[in-house]
Design a binder for this molecule. Sequence first.
Ligand SMILES: [Zn+2]
Length: 72
Amino acid sequence: MIQHIHTPVRIRVGVGEMTCTVCGEVTNQAYCMRCNEEADVQGNNYAQVAAKRGRMVPTVSYLRDGEYEVVG
Ligand SMILES: [Zn+2]
């Protein structure tokens, strides 16, 4: 009898990696550089805007245990 071996593809997530809920960009910054460029604002200011709008979420926050591996 052949056993089913579950080998999920693991997503590689950087330490402290954040995902933009608007465009899907991932970054280690507190703001999305892609949206930052489109909005044409400076990083620190945009970080505050992004935080208020809840655009950035930790990548691991929407992944299940075993779906990802943290890489340095
Ligand atoms: Zn973005």
